[in-house]
Design a protein around this ligand. Structure first.
Ligand code: PEP
Length: 255
């Protein structure tokens, strides 16, 4: 049996609808200047569409990659206001966050659309960061695993077994996003191990390789403990990523 390849921690900033091009021009050099030499993580910036070109230019040949926060599944066509994988690739973008809970809740993003978006991103050579997670009510009702099973199975339905490990799955309990109520390390570990097992139902090899990360009120104060959990392969960071110094500290916390 070959030794499993170690999973490189994936630490991603989700700026959401924050920062202009001018802000990006301040942030990226500040971040590059703060990142420790030899840190363990792959670092990603998930930025608004309008900042993508500047972020790609400013990150240059550094190890920091740039992702979009959404993507349409079709290659082209009458989809006013949407952006395709080919448009992102042309800018030098590496991937896209797909199915963030804010898009599911506020903009009608569906599991059905994600069934097409995730394979479309992979086919184009982009890394999809698929977000899943339960509401507070679902957790209290003991429905967390049912919700995660549904979201993971639906979104990965049309992903071939040999591409499953190219998806990054972000476990983001909705009650922890933007609330300051971070999941406990045990809660994050348990849910993420469950997600890994769901991938394992499709492919044991992919389960060993796929990166499953945690998101929800991660800060430089709590990152190390969460990132130390055996199945937690990184973090998707919203609010705390808006400050380059704070985000660099979170990157430094990756084991
Ligand atoms: C997010 O939006 O993906 C997120 C995790 O936000 P926050 O870190 O602010 O909770």
């Amino acid at each position: 049996m070959p030794e499993p390849v170690p999973r490189v921690p994936f630490i991603a900033a989700n700026w959401k609808m924050n920062k202009t091009i001018a802000d990006t021009r301040e942030y990226v050099p500040a971040l590059l200047g703060q990142l420790d030499v030899g840190h363990a993580a792959q670092v990603a910036l998930c930025v608004p569409f309008t900042d993508l070109a500047s972020a790609v230019e400013l990150t240059g040949d550094s190890e920091v990659i740039v992702l979009a926060q959404n993507m349409h599944q079709e290659e082209a066509g009458a989809f006013t206001g949407e952006i395709s994988a080919r448009m992102l690739l042309e800018l030098g973008v590496h991937g896209a966050v797909l199915g963030h809970s804010e898009r599911r809740r506020d903009f009608g993003e569906t599991d059905r659309a994600l069934q097409e978006k995730v394979p479309a991103a992979l086919a184009a050579g982009l890394t999809p960061v698929l977000c899943v997670g339960e509401t507070e009510e679902e957790r209290e009702a003991g429905e967390t695993q049912r919700k995660l099973r549904h979201q993971v199975q639906e979104a990965l339905l049309h992903v071939d077994e040999d591409r499953l490990a190219d998806v990054v799955v972000a476990y983001e309990p909705i009650w922890a996003i933007g609330t300051g109520r971070v999941a406990s390390p045990d809660q994050a570990q348990e849910a993420i191990a469950f997600i890994r097992a769901l991938v394992g139902d499709r492919s044991k090899a992919a389960a060993a390789e796929v990166r499953v990360i945690y998101g929800g009120s991660v800060s430089s104060e709590n990152a190390a403990e969460i990132l130390a959990q055996p199945d937690v392969d990184g973090a998707l960071v919203g609010g705390a990523s808006l400050d380059a110094q704070e985000f660099a500290k979170i990157v430094a916390a990756a084991p």
